[in-house]
Design a protein around this ligand. Structure first.
Ligand code: R5P
Length: 257
């Protein structure tokens, strides 16, 4: 890995703890105005000081993020279908030039393993990595699993390993039972997506479990910005990820208004 690649990745995955708290706010790229992100600027502004990185699209960066802030960006560069269509029908929608212009520290796209266009999305990942290597830009592969497949260690492990084999520099996947098996089979850092909103204590427990089993942090959205106390929740997640806080300690942090 050359200097640019390593240095960009270190802006996302903090060298001091070897971990990251990424805040995912890219949901609108296929879901439209998701609950909690209708006014993205309003939701995200108070969370930025506690996020190591934002996972976000170019349109929302331009319109909702203050360019004078020192926020670190991982740019969602894939898209195409809406929630009404075939989700696996994605392509690369944002150029590397645009990522560099926006001062991104990483780019991210989804692969859909076990879904209709699995082969095309995986080949797209290969092409994105080829281009990203030229500019020292880390690539995050987001692993989506076909509807008929369980979100379990077997299929998530399959997807994460394929992403690493294709050259992704880090991978995002969901938590599952025996998460450590997914980590064991994947030689690059894994960050955990939060998934649908669940009670705060459960989300904190899931985060602690993932960290204990080898996750390099989270790229979490709804369980932070749909919480009744988003700032408390991101602080609580940080305490687990960076400081190894217990679920009880973290829940106390969340509960402080
Ligand atoms: C999924 O593809 C989206 O891009 C989100 O970034 C991802 O699901 C993480 O957000 P959440 O924690 O809400 O699942």
């Amino acid at each position: 890995m050359d200097f640019g690649m390593k240095n960009r990745l270190s802006r996302i995955i903090k060298p001091r703890s070897g971990k990251t708290v990424m805040l995912a706010v890219d949901h609108g790229y296929f879901q439209g105005p998701t609950t909690g992100l209708k006014d993205l600027r309003k939701t995200v502004t108070p969370l930025i000081p506690y996020a190591d990185c934002l996972f976000i699209t170019r349109g929302m960066i331009r319109t909702c993020i203050d360019p004078r802030s020192d926020v670190v960006i991982c740019l969602r560069v894939s898209g195409g279908p809406s929630i009404l269509g075939e989700l696996s029908n994605e392509d690369i929608t944002t150029s590397m030039e645009e990522a560099i212009r926006l001062n991104a520290s990483g780019v991210g796209m989804s692969i859909f393993v076990g879904a209709g266009n699995e082969d095309r999305t995986i080949a797209n990942l290969g092409r994105l990595v080829n281009e990203a290597e030229r500019y020292g830009m880390p690539v995050l592969a987001v692993t989506a699993i076909g509807k008929e497949m369980g979100r379990d260690a077997r299929y998530l492990g399959l997807a994460c390993r394929i992403a690493a084999e294709l050259g992704a520099h880090f991978v995002k996947t969901y938590y599952c039972e025996d998460f450590y098996k997914v980590v064991e089979g994947c030689p690059v850092p894994i960050v955990m997506a939060g998934g649908k909103k669940i009670p705060e204590r459960e989300a904190l427990q899931m985060t602690a479990n993932a960290i204990k089993q080898g996750a390099s942090g989270v790229d979490m959205g709804r369980n932070i910005f749909q919480s009744d106390n988003p700032v408390g929740m991101i602080k609580a997640i940080r305490a687990i990820v960076h400081k190894g806080a217990s679920v009880e300690e973290a829940f106390e942090i969340y509960s402080k208004k």
